[in-house]
Design a protein around this ligand. Structure first.
Ligand code: UDX
Length: 433
């Protein structure tokens, strides 16, 4: 099959290279010439484990290519995927669909033969109808179907998620489009992932509902963590105790500094906005958004409290800046709010992150960036662990203690054991225990 992927960002690139790896012929298209040039040279625009090698292999096998010319990608394609960004619109949180609609127009202008246009970008319910209208308006003669096929990829594990999905959701009622989509995903059938065909609107809702539910689960356990701290209890044991109930499930019950990233914050806002517009506000989702925003600030207060109530004139070492490990993504990372609050309270922040510092530098110019975890702790009054990179799970704690001015650690990801840390002489605070 020939597949065109419009938009070579996170979703487009990972999906495109995985389709190529299935054996399809894939052309990844992007407007940004510098990105396409870099990809042609084998330089990835994002950090994702395994991506670079997979791209190199598939380029070598002539299944994967990159271009800025949309016609080159779309001509002769059986399926054209739209994988462009849908950022939060300033002001109201609605998903900004400018890029999706622009892509639809451009695809329409150059497509030939029966073409399945697939929306992979996360889009509010009803967007597929508008994409269809735009294509029909641009090319009244065209033979096509518009399908919704949301992605459920986690950054840092995106390739594995794509190749071993829990389910594949395809929103279409067009039998011919259904056949094409079945062919697209056929190489995965060996593992027999459930493939769910639904109406297009249902598929669009599934994506938002899934992300909102996961954000809700995290926010729930974060509030339970606060309760544990207030009344005495261990949130990790509570999570295990409830997670073993199959109806609840143990995943996404790790208490921490609040969720961040490119999806949960944006998608919960967009879902809340769509629901408000439809006259059926989702009060639970609205609360999740609010609680999560407050939580990030509350984490700075936790650090301040651990420092005796004030950080004015003090230096705080932060380990981990990205919104989670194994990514260089700083979007809506809790560290952004924590650093802003600590700086506002008069602290100097030193930080180290294995992959995120390049992006972080532009966002947090006053932070002192360090070469490693130990340099980061040198002379600091306290250490806060914000992101649970593997490298931080086995720190030489005696060395850390020598580097710090006072042996104070705030572990916002609960990666160390409280009794162990106290035995080593640290003043140790964690989350919900
Ligand atoms: C998420 C969804 O998992 C994915 O299916 C969707 O397509 C895109 O959004 P991603 O944003 O890459 O993926 O990261 P994820 O691993 O889901 O984590 C999101 C945030 O929640 C991170 O900030 C993480 O630290 C936080 N989190 C996650 C917790 O605080 N506790 C948990 O138990 C799980």
């Amino acid at each position: 099959m020939k597949i065109a992927m419009i938009g070579s960002g996170y979703v487009g690139l990972v999906s495109g290279v995985c389709f190529a790896d299935f054996g399809h012929r894939v052309v990844c298209v992007d407007k940004e010439a510098s990105k396409i040039e870099a990809l042609k040279r084998g330089v990835m625009p994002i950090y994702e484990p395994g991506l670079e090698d997979l791209v190199a292999n598939n380029v070598r096998e002539n299944r994967l290519s990159f271009t800025t010319d949309i016609a080159e990608g779309v001509r002769g394609a059986d399926a054209v995927f739209i994988g462009v960004g849908t950022p939060s619109r300033r002001g109201d949180g609605h998903a900004d669909l400018t890029y999706v609609y622009a892509a639809a127009r451009e695809i329409a202008a150059v497509m030939d033969g029966y073409t399945v246009v697939v929306t992979k970008s996360t889009v509010p319910v009803g967007t597929g109808d508008e994409v269809e209208r735009i294509i029909r308006e641009t090319r009244p003669d065209a033979e096509f179907a518009v399908v919704s096929n949301p992605e459920f990829l986690r950054e840092g594990a995106a390739i594995a998620d794509f190749k071993r999905p829990d389910r594949i959701v395809v929103g279409t009622t067009d039998p011919r489009a259904r056949e094409v989509m079945t062919e697209v995903y056929r190489p995965l059938f060996l593992n027999q992932p459930p493939i769910l065909f639904t109406e297009r609107r249902t598929s669009e809702i599934i994506k938002y509902a899934a992300n909102a539910f996961l954000a809700l689960k995290i926010t729930f356990i974060n509030e339970i963590a606060d309760l544990c701290e207030a009344v005495g209890g261990n949130v990790q044991e509570v999570a295990r105790g409830i997670g073993l109930d199959n109806r609840i499930g143990s995943k996404f019950l790790h208490a921490g500094p609040g969720y961040g990233g490119s999806c949960f914050p944006k998608d919960t806002r967009a879902l809340a906005k769509s629901a408000q517009d439809a006259g059926t506000p989702l009060r639970i989702v609205e609360t999740v958004i609010d609680v999560n925003e407050r939580r990030k600030i509350a984490m700075a207060d936790k650090v301040i409290k651990a420092c005796g109530g004030s950080v004015s004139g003090k230096t705080i070492a932060l380990l981990g800046l990205t919104f989670k490990p194994n990514t260089d993504d700083m979007r809506e990372a809790p560290s952004l709010a924590i650093v802003a609050a600590l700086e506002a309270a008069g602290a100097t922040v030193r930080a180290y992150d294995p992959e995120g510092m390049e992006h972080a530098r532009a966002l947090m110019p006053n932070v002192v960036y360090c070469a490693d975890a130990y340099e980061c702790c040198e002379g600091a009054d306290a250490l806060a662990i914000v992101t649970e990179w593997d490298a931080f799970r086995a720190l030489d704690l005696d060395r850390i203690k020598r580097m710090l001015k006072t042996a104070t650690i705030v572990d916002l990801r609960n990666i160390y054991r409280a009794d162990d840390m106290r035995r080593r002489g640290f003043s140790y605070t964690s989350v919900g225990r």
